[in-house]
Write a protein that binds this ligand. Structure first.
Ligand code: NAD
Length: 253
């Protein structure tokens, strides 16, 4: 791979950091991001490749656009934008309120959309293999109880991938998504630490284990590469087989 220039939103921890590590190992030049200060992730990645940290809050239009503009200035171009910064705010449906809705939708949907808009404006004519990767979820496809805000926001990511792939095709920009299953990150760790939860989850995953951020990184590198140059508008679920599962007729003894 040539020295691909990649901007990854929300990439100091978790899946975003896993994606950044995978690109770093391929020699890509990186801009990583969080709304909070960071030195640890940038120092780690800086030992592997050229890596710049830009602080920006991706839940605002200004924050999302300014990250992409700064990344473009710093790297000279951006080949791949990874929209990853996202969060989960749900409670039982009766208890959800407008602030919870706004926190999740501003980051999970609005941030993705306006970072993508800024990116598309900066891609020059003739730029080969420019692409956007949006991190959705298995919740883009299948719903979870007490998760109506998150499910709705991730459903929106699926349609954003399809819709943007049409809008940006004539500029040669590919748009794809990755739908992770249950991945061990700071976002999921508190839930996974509840007694018995890990066992219950693993029993429902066909491959029998939770995912790691590294499991997502390799797919992001592939979707950004020339090997994926005819792939657009697709969502790749990386979930140990979760969304493939139907109800079972098997009677357990
Ligand atoms: P995480 O909370 O572990 O990490 C999120 C990263 O985003 C951190 O670097 C954080 O600093 C940054 N961030 C948070 N708010 C931000 C903001 N306002 N502006 C900029 N950066 C911000 O989360 P994660 O589990 O790695 O999830 C990453 C993405 O993957 C999300 O879109 C999430 O919905 C999706 N996802 C996660 C899982 C999972 O099981 N962990 C499953 C499916 C989808």
């Amino acid at each position: 791979m040539k020295r691909r220039c990649v901007c990854i939103t929300g990439s100091t921890h978790g899946i975003g950091f896993g994606i950044a590590k995978a690109f770093a190992k391929e020699g890509a030049r990186l801009v990583i991001n969080s709304h909070q200060p960071d030195t640890e992730a940038a120092n780690y990645l800086g030992k592997l490749t050229e890596c710049h940290f830009v602080k920006a809050d991706l839940s605002s239009v200004d924050g999302a656009r300014s990250l992409v503009v700064q990344a473009h200035k710093t790297l000279g171009r951006i080949d791949t934008l990874v929209n990853n910064a996202g969060t989960f705010t749900d409670k039982a449906f009766a208890e959800i309120d407008e602030p919870m809705f706004n926190i999740a939708f501003n980051l999970n949907v609005k941030g993705y959309l306006f970072a993508s808009q800024a990116f598309s404006e900066l891609v020059q004519e003739g730029h080969e293999n420019a692409s956007i990767i949006c991190i959705g979820s298995t919740n883009s496809l299948a719903a979870e109880k007490n998760s109506v805000i998150y499910d709705s926001s991730k459903g929106a990511v699926l349609m954003m991938v399809r819709s943007l792939s049409l809008s940006l095709a004539e500029r040669g920009i590919r748009v794809n998504g990755i739908g992770p299953g249950i991945i061990e990150t700071p976002l999921t760790q508190p839930g996974l630490d509840h007694p018995g939860v890990r066992r219950v989850l693993e029993a429902q995953i066909p491959l029998g284990k939770l995912g790691k951020p590294e499991d997502i990184g390799g797919a992001a590198v592939f979707l950004a590469s020339e090997k994926a140059s005819y792939i657009s508008g697709q969502m790749l679920y990386i979930d140990g087989g979760i969304v493939a599962r139907q109800m079972s007729w098997e009677v357990s003894s």
